[in-house]
Design a binder for this molecule. Structure first.
Ligand code: CA
Length: 682
């Protein structure tokens, strides 16, 4: 999986329909209390899983738990289902009891800077694989080693050469990869680690160790494979690609043409980005038939909540969730996703070898509640741990190796809401999905597992929010029964929606909830109070370029990455990014006008320009507001609503005001503009 969030640019879209986990706090509770309870309610939910028939006898249920050691060293604690604290042996024992057969550990060549400070992402190398591998072996688990053949994350977006190999010729690099693989595996073998599968590269669709051509890649694959055959002759060799919507048939042909010696053709499969389950089954069936190799899903995951648990934004969040979630964002949703993906790969037949969940144990070091009284202290402590123990996706020290991604966006776990443990380290029933898939399982007791509610509601200032609020919500029980409940909104909160801004309001379910102990259930809704926009299609919700004069087709209104609603002005160019979008409005009365714009994006290079320019053509008064874009979903705002100190324009009836957006940046730059406002000051 890609860890730098910008790689997901353009793939997700915000929408008005999302599923929110409910909070189980009392109506009188303060908000921080709600968040705490929202966090802990997940661990009480029991899931239902249908038995998967006809699994091949050697089918592997697996999990990549590479971050476990660094999270543990940071002080986080994992528990078993009885609430007992687990040491490392206990942790791997719990995985085994939960039906997991194999654990995968990633290995980077040298994830440290010149002063020995780790790049993060678990600082995973041979040493950490040995430490965890011994414990996993003792628990009776198989171990898979996932060589990235890089000093840090390798994925379709980057396959950087290890530092030590930078000056090498192709032949020297092949020899170095073979000896590195042999040395690493020998250490594991000498430590008694039960290595049964070795992946020679990670998501190598677009390259490996800095090499892009298939001939060069194949030479490297074969070097890795030779080392595996020598050190662990019984182990299987896996190749790993990222997306079954890519041209796997051509990949397999290349591997065959250059006689790559491998046993398993592996793929990642994340429902958001990698097509349908039917396509997964069809493509992997075709590959199995064509190559005679085994096939596996080497990575998948799903979120049980849209909340963030550690103060470092998540890949799947309130802001990025799909309008059509494939599964509910709940513990049951995780179980459904795991079982569905497992079934889809198992449907390939005897060639299907297994399915691995990615990072079920990458939990927060400490649970971070942004509204908690000591939130600043906790976030600071988390940041220190990510730096010191490498327990975030990247530390600042990675900037020397990966300046453009890790160097800018380093931080904590982007997947703590996709773990199979809650934010405090207690296992979720979804962890037992691996066992349930072999046995079948009916949820015990009834719980309201989720409430379906719009992610946000927007009103123009002066409108009555009550006209837009639902008076009922749909809820789903853990037995998948859906019910409709009446709700009452918190009038005190509604009364505060008097100025332009973003608010959170709550309602309480007034109907009896099956399985409930009677504790009032509150549900959250985000409300945007917007100015009355004088621009035509300033929010781009007409779904096309209406109202705007856009200078180049590299920019246009699409569904990619809106801030709010379903559309935004999106731009991307293989060549240099350069465009202007503008429109002119005539004032219909005397008054004061204010304006604002939001933007997000990346890869625009140093010195890029993303500017809102407003001119009163009649008076010559001008405003220029610039933002610097720092990555996917990292929204920047300029103008009055970002900074009320920005002076309003004085306008007279008949004045014309031109609003222009200028964007200029490097080739490959991308981003979106949203919520462009021109409004009379209220
Ligand atoms: Ca996070």
């Amino acid at each position: 999986m890609s860890k730098g969030k910008k790689l997901f640019s353009g793939l997700l879209s915000l929408s008005f329909s999302a599923m929110l986990l409910i909070s189980g706090c009392g109506a009188s509770s303060s908000e921080p209390k709600c968040a705490e309870l929202l966090d802990t309610s997940a661990r009480d939910i029991s899931v239902s899983v249908s038995r998967i028939d006809d699994l091949p006898a050697d089918f592997i249920m697996g999990a990549d738990v590479s971050s476990y050691l660094s999270i543990s060293e940071s002080g986080a604690v994992y528990y078993d289902f009885e609430g007992n604290k687990l040491d490392m042996d206990g942790f791997f024992g719990l995985l085994k009891q939960s039906g997991i057969d194999l654990v995968r550990f990633r290995v980077w060549n040298d994830p440290y800077d010149e002063k020995g400070r780790g790049y993060g992402g678990g600082n995973c190398d041979t040493k950490t694989a040995v430490q965890m591998g011994k414990s996993a072996t003792a628990a009776g688990l198989q171990v898979m080693i996932d060589f990235h053949y890089s000093d840090f994350w390798a994925d379709p977006g980057k396959q950087m050469t290890p530092k030590a190999w930078l000056a090498m010729s192709d032949d020297e690099k092949v020899a170095a990869l073979e000896s590195f693989t042999a040395d690493s595996l020998t250490e594991l073998k000498n430590a008694g680690v039960n290595v049964t599968i070795v992946s020679i590269g990670n998501e190598t669709d677009n390259g490996m160790s800095g090499e892009k051509g298939w001939t060069e890649k194949c030479n490297l694959y074969n070097a890795g494979s030779r080392a595996v055959r020598t050190v662990f002759p019984e182990a299987m060799v896996a190749v790993h690609f990222s997306n079954p919507e890519h041209d796997y048939v051509t990949y397999a042909r290349h591997l065959s043409d250059c006689n790559v010696d491998y046993d398993i053709f592996g793929t990642s499969y994340y429902p958001y980005w990698h097509g349908t389950l039917e396509n997964l089954t069809a493509v992997m069936s075709e590959i199995a038939e064509m190559t005679g190799k085994r096939v596996m899903v080497l990575e998948t995951s799903w979120a049980y909540t849209l909340e963030d648990g550690d103060g470092s934004g998540n890949t799947v969040s309130h802001e990025s969730n799909s309008s059509d979630p494939f599964y509910s964002f709940s513990v049951q949703g995780q179980a459904d996703e795991i079982a569905s993906v497992t079934r889809a790969i198992a449907d390939v037949g005897d060639a299907a070898l297994g399915c691995l969940y990615w990072e079920p144990a990458w939990i927060p070091v400490r649970y971070y509640d942004p509204k908690g009284s000591d939130s600043d202290r906790i976030l600071e402590a988390n940041r220190k741990s990510w730096e010191k123990y490498g327990s975030g996706w990247a530390s600042s020290y990675a900037s020397v190796y990966d300046p453009e991604d890790a160097g800018v966006y380093y931080g904590g776990s982007a997947v703590d809401n996709q773990a199979l443990f809650d934010f405090a380290g207690y296992p979720l029933d979804s962890l037992r999905t691996f066992r349930y898939m072999r046995e079948g399982h009916e949820a015990e007791g009834l719980t309201l597992s989720q409430v379906i509610m719009p992610a946000a509601v927007s009103i123009e200032i002066g409108e009555d929010i009550r006209e837009y609020l639902p008076m009922t919500v749909r809820g789903e029980l853990n037995n998948k029964q859906r019910l409709t409940f009446n709700v009452e909104w918190d009038e005190a909160e509604l009364a505060q929606l008097t100025a332009v801004g973003e608010y959170t309001v709550h309602c309480t379910i007034t109907d009896e909830i099956p399985g409930s102990d009677g504790t009032p259930r509150r549900v959250m809704l985000k409300v945007n109070v917007l100015p009355h926009n004088l621009l035509t299609n300033g929010d781009f919700e007409k779904g096309d370029n209406t109202g705007w004069d856009i200078s180049d087709p590299l920019a246009g209104v699409t569904e990619d990455d809106p801030y709010r609603g379903n559309y935004a002005l999106h731009f991307w160019s293989e060549g240099k990014v350069e465009f202007e979008a503008s429109q002119t409005v005539t004032a219909d009365k005397n008054g004061e006008m204010v304006f604002s714009m939001r933007a997000q994006g990346g890869d625009l290079g140093d010195g890029h320009v993303v500017r809102l320019e407003v001119i009163n053509n009649s008076t010559g008064q001008t405003y220029e507001g610039n933002v610097t874009l720092t990555g996917w979903q990292s929204w920047k705002e300029t103008g009055y609503y970002a900074d009320p100190d920005v002076a309003a324009f004085t306008v007279s009836a008949g004045d014309t005001v031109t609003v222009s957006i200028f964007v200029s940046g490097a080739a490959g730059g991308w981003g979106t503009i949203d919520d462009v406002f021109l409004a009379y000051k209220e």
